[in-house]
Design a protein around this ligand. Structure first.
Ligand SMILES: [Zn+2]
Length: 379
């Protein structure tokens, strides 16, 4: 792929797609080895592929400070969440080797800085809470006490969980260009897609050239639906209800942070790197429990000038099937009383599926429900 072929697509964040992959250096096994957590491994792989452009490594103190306080990198570019590597103490040499939990060497890091950070402040600023019950805050509080900064070079990419869905930003960009898409909307999801989300992805697609369904496949909470089941749901949904020439399903390798509004900005910036010009932000994007207001993840986009992010957020309200309208709708488009709406609570849906019963077709496509029923049956 050359730059010329994708010139009609949105520019990566900061103007250039970073590539931090490289050959395995001689003698790497003699370097001090640092084991990464699964979240850090996700970040490392996204640094390698350019999904976190313009970042080339784990953040230093100046970027970190400004990101936490102002949602900007030191140079002023918007950036919503720290991308940091937590360590116990400074490594001995100028270069360290980064490894997974099994000890497989993956990358080198050129040591630039080791600095202290304040967990409470990071939690308060980035998660808007210091409650240790919050899964993102809990993980932050368990981290090692210092951050190690430096540029990385990745020579061993971890085996992706879904090989056929693993596309780097350069690859999704190549697909978009090959299909002649200029305006592409990205859809982040960590849940099976029911009619409500199908509706908003299709409403968005009506106004652009293509849709990237980009399920997050990194770490999630243990009570979220497992990625394997979700991926099967996306397959049957797309095969049966979307035109193949207008949609691409690919995996987003990030780990969930559950940082709500800030994570919505972060998700949008990452998708810009994958070549999306638009990004869907629904209710309580990347939220958890009741830590964030329903539309906080939409309101936070107002803290930036539109040209700063470049990628355009598309905001959606809760949608539902309305029996009187005879279609999917939302409070914006349907004047009828909620008694005309098909509404099922998450608890009710889980109860039906666990009993092997299909939810109403107005709520869930039967093909998707069958996958979920089968997952319950074999769980
Ligand atoms: Zn209606």
């Amino acid at each position: 792929m050359t730059a010329v072929e994708t010139k009609t697509l949105i520019d990566p964040h900061g103007g250039r797609l970073v590539d931090r992959t490289g050959p395995r250096p001689d003698g790497v096994e003699r370097l001090e080895q640092l084991p990464l957590t699964s979240r850090e491994l996700s970040d490392l792989d996204m640094l390698a592929s350019g999904a976190l452009s313009p970042l080339e490594g784990f953040m230093g103190p100046h970027d970190y400070e400004r990101v936490v306080e102002e949602m900007r990198l030191e140079r002023g570019l918007p950036w919503a969440l720290p991308v940091c590597l937590a360590v116990d103490e400074a490594p001995r040499g100028d270069v360290a080797a980064l490894a997974d939990e099994a000890g497989t060497l993956l990358a080198t890091l050129e040591v630039e800085d080791v600095y202290d950070y304040d967990r409470e402040r990071e939690a308060e600023r980035c998660f808007r809470t210091t409650d240790a019950e919050h899964p993102g805050v809990a993980r932050l509080f368990e981290q090692q006490p210092r951050y190690l900064a430096g540029r990385v070079t990745v020579f061993e990419r971890p085996q992706p969980p879904f090989l056929e869905l693993a596309l780097d930003p350069a690859e999704t960009r190549a697909v978009f260009a090959e299909r002649g898409w200029k305006r592409v909307v990205g859809f982040q999801t960590r849940n099976p897609i029911h009619r409500a989300h199908e509706y908003l992805t299709k409403v968005a697609l009506e106004t652009v050239d293509g849709l990237l369904i980009h399920p997050l496949v990194g770490d999630t909470k243990s009570d979220d639906v497992p990625a394997k089941t979700r991926v099967e749901c996306y397959r049957v949904l797309v095969d049966n209800y979307y035109p193949a020439s207008r949609v691409l399903v690919s995996a987003f390798p990030a780990a969930m942070r559950y940082a709500g509004p800030r994570e919505a900005i972060w998700h949008a910036i990452c998708r810009k790197n994958f070549g999306c010009s638009h990004f869907i932000v629904g209710r309580d994007h990347a939220g958890v429990g009741s830590y964030y207001g329903t539309y906080d993840a939409q309101l936070i986009f107002d803290e930036f000038e539109p040209h700063e992010l470049d990628i355009e957020p598309m905001f959606f309200e809760h949608s539902f099937w309305c029996n009187t309208c005879g279609s999917m709708a939302s409070a914006k488009t349907c004047p009828h009383d909620s008694s005309a709406h098909v509404f099922l609570s998450g608890t009710k849906v889980r109860e039906l599926l666990a009993n092997g019963e299909l939810p109403p077709v107005e709520f869930s496509r039967p093909e998707v429900a069958e996958v979920l029923i089968e997952a319950y049956r074999t769980a």
